[in-house]
Design a protein around this ligand. Structure first.
Ligand code: H2U
Ligand code: ZN
Length: 341
C-alpha cells in the first residue's frame, strides 16, 4: 500500500469554520486542465441603458426614479424577501410543524453608475467606495433593534441567477441569524473559548507557512483557496488582523480590501476568458449586541464554473444526499489562479 497522499488519494477534508466535510477525489482529475480554453466574446454593453432599472435616473418597478447618482447608490429592494413590518407570530404543532414570523430589510446596492462595468473593471478607488457603503449599511442596519444579522452579498452573472448585469449587490438584514453564519459563529466561539485565539487567524498562519493555497497577498488582506473549498474556484479573502466586523476596518485596510477584491475578480475573469460568475458575501459577527470575540470577518467567493465558460459544477446526486465533492484539488486550483494574477 502506498502512503496516503492528498494529491492522489480520495479523502475527506474538514471545514473547521462550519464543521462540515468535503469529499476530494483527486485521482479523477489527474490531468489538471483537460478542458479546452475557448475564447468567449465579451458582451458589449452601453455605459447607460435606458431600460435598466439600476442605471441613474431610470424608473424602477415601483415607479420610483433613481437619482442621478455618481458613485454608489443603495435603495430598499422593491421586491424584498423580508419586510420590517411583519407582525410577530409563531406556529407549532407537536414540535414538528414549526414556523416563526421573520422581520427584516432587503436593500439593493449599485456599485457604480456605469452599466457596462463589473467589479474587476472598476478602479480600486471606486471599489473602495463600495466598501465604505457596506460599512455604512452594516452600521445603520445593525443598529436597528430588530436586526440581528446583516448579510452583504453579490450574485454575479446569469449563471448565478442575477437578473441584471448592472454592477450591484444586495443586503438582507433580519432578526434571526441564518444557518451558515450561525454555524460559523458556533465554531469560532468554541475555538476561541479553547485557545483564546481566532480560528481564522491561526488558520491563516498555517496557510502562510504552507503557501500552496495562497493566491494573493497585500499589506492587510490575503486571498486563498481554503483547504476545505467545495467549489472548483472557491476562494476566501482574509484580513491579517483579527476583528469582528466591517466597522472595524481602518482606512488603509479598506483600500487593501478593495485592492484584493479587484485583483481576485480580475484573475477570475482570466480563468475562462469570460466575465466570471460567482456568489460572494461577507461573513461577520451578528448585530444582536453580543461581543463575539471569536468572530473573524472574511469574504467568501463561490464561483459555479468547473471546466469552461459554460460547464458548471452541479451540486447534485451524492452531494444532495451526502456531502459536497470535488475532483480538482484546492491546491491545483490555487496554482491555476495564482498564475492568473
Ligand atoms: P439580483 O442581484 O438577483 O440581480 O437581484 C436584483 C434585485 O433587484 C432583485 O432582488 C430588485 C429585485 O427584487 N429589483 C428592485 O428592487 N427594483 C426593480 O425595479 C427591479 C428589481
Ligand atoms: Zn444599468
Amino acid at each position: 500500500m502506498a502512503t496516503f497522499d492528498l494529491a492522489e488519494h480520495p479523502h475527506r477534508r474538514y471545514n473547521p469554520l462550519n464543521g462540515e466535510w468535503v469529499l476530494v477525489s483527486p485521482h479523477r482529475a489527474k490531468r489538471p486542465w483537460q478542458g479546452q480554453q475557448e475564447e468567449v466574446s465579451k458582451e458589449v454593453r452601453p455605459q447607460y441603458d435606458p431600460s435598466c432599472y439600476l442605471c441613474p435616473t431610470n424608473e424602477r418597478a415601483n415607479g420610483e426614479h433613481n437619482p442621478d447618482y455618481k458613485s454608489t447608490y443603495a435603495f430598499d429592494n422593491d421586491f424584498a424577501a423580508l419586510q420590517p413590518g411583519t407582525p410577530a407570530g409563531t406556529l407549532t404543532k407537536a414540535g414538528l410543524l414549526r414556523a416563526e414570523s421573520e422581520r427584516g430589510i432587503c436593500k439593493v446596492i449599485c456599485f457604480s453608475p456605469r452599466h457596462d462595468l463589473t467589479l474587476p473593471d472598476m478602479e480600486a478607488s471606486d471599489i473602495r467606495k463600495v466598501v465604505d457603503l457596506w460599512q455604512q449599511e452594516y452600521a445603520q442596519l445593525g443598529a436597528l433593534d430588530f436586526i440581528n444579522h446583516v448579510q452583504i452579498f453579490e450574485n454575479k452573472g446569469q449563471a448565478m441567477g442575477a437578473s441584471n448585469p448592472h454592477p450591484h449587490g444586495q443586503i438582507w438584514a433580519q432578526s434571526s441569524i441564518p444557518a451558515g453564519p450561525a454555524k460559523e459563529t458556533q465554531q469560532q466561539a468554541a475555538y476561541y473559548t479553547e485557545h483564546q485565539r481566532s480560528l481564522l487567524q491561526d488558520y491563516l498562519e498555517l496557510e502562510l507557512e504552507e503557501k500552496t493555497r495562497i493566491i494573493y497577498e497585500n499589506e492587510h488582506f490575503v486571498v486563498l483557496v481554503p483547504f476545505w473549498a467545495v467549489w472548483p474556484f472557491e476562494t476566501m479573502l482574509l484580513p491579517r488582523r483579527h476583528f469582528q466586523h466591517i466597522g472595524q476596518l481602518g482606512e488603509e485596510e479598506k483600500n487593501a480590501f478593495a485592492d484584493a477584491i479587484k485583483r481576485l475578480t480580475m484573475a477570475y475573469d482570466r480563468v475562462f476568458n469570460v466575465s466570471f460568475p460567482y456568489s460572494a458575501g461577507i461573513h461577520q459577527r451578528p448585530t444582536d449586541g453580543q461581543e463575539y470575540l471569536g468572530w473573524h470577518l472574511h469574504m467568501h467567493f463561490f464561483p459555479p464554473l468547473l471546466r469552461s465558460a459554460t460547464v458548471k459544477k452541479f451540486m447534485v446526486g451524492y452531494e444532495m444526499m451526502g456531502d459536497p465533492q470535488r475532483d480538482i484539488t484546492p491546491e491545483t486550483s490555487a496554482e491555476r489562479l495564482r498564475s492568473l494574477f
